[in-house]
Write a protein that binds this ligand. Sequence first.
Ligand code: MRU
Length: 351
Amino acid sequence: MRTVEWINGRVRMIDQRQLPWNFTHLDFEDYREVAQAITDMVVRGAPAIGATGAFGMALAAYQCPTQVLGDALDYLEVAAIILKKSRPTAVNLAWGVDRMMQVAREDVYRNTKDMLSAMIKEAQTIADQDVVINQLMGKHGAALIRDGDVVIHHCNTGALATVDYGTALGVIRTAWEQKKKFRVLLTETRPRMQGARLSAWELHQLGVPFEIIPDSSAGYYMRKGEAKLVLVGADRVAANGDTINKIGTYMLSVLAKENNIPFYTVAPTSTIDLDMPTGDQVPIEERSADEVRTPYGNALIPEEYPVRNPAFDVTPQRYLAGIVTEHGIALPPFKESLARMVAANSTAKVG
Ligand code: MRU
């Protein structure tokens, strides 16, 4: 299963808004529609929108109306801005789009056809590498799960949040493939319910035992000693280790510390943003009040009740036991260990 792929001049995505009830795909022939699909969360999850941004750029090159290389570059610069603006918090989106722009700017093409081929190839490479990187994180992270553990997991970080396999849920998948015996408590993840709808859908197919819990009950399971480990993903990790992830992650991390439960983030190096000194500089997306008022079309509360709906929060690095990356587990002090993980990219061969 691939969350997003390139099919002969179209970008195909699983429509995640329909899950778990319907497994359907949508095809896009215009990069502006791809940007809108990211905003509307047809596709979501940091690595998945990174790859989608890359395929969106390939689509922009495909639909570009000019044969003049310089003009095509101008067209792509506009596409890059539109795609990057579609969701602000996950750094993977800008990372994927910028990587495509670097390929577009290379001074080696005889014509726009050559440039297009190079861009399609690069987007494909980004997608393929994402899967390999997730499997590597799965191997490093699976050592954290022991027989008998109950693991709390937030949001959806699985195959659907990536091109395939997943980050934190990928760690859970690898541990399960290693025949470890454990259970997972999936937070519902209000208001969009990624835990209840998407993570449960994935674990159900894999046969991993799970229970869906209300977000507000996580502290209950920690305090009574049932939960032994917390695993989450990240939309961005700042240079000092502060982790920006789905709203509610911060609360989980504080509760984990209070109850002496190790709390790990699982994130590829494409999610690490060494240009952000701390999490406080990262833009936090505010989403529509309708997601809270009228979840999935069901009116819960009257229109006139005021609502706030931040999509992410910042977990200060002091609450993290470690950050699992494709190059190993970064431990505190994170400033040094994360810089080492990112530097490892220049020597490592992935995919
Ligand atoms: O708003 P979403 O569903 O895109 O948020 C997703 C998350 O917060 C994930 O934890 C994060 O992107 C990491 S996914 C591998």
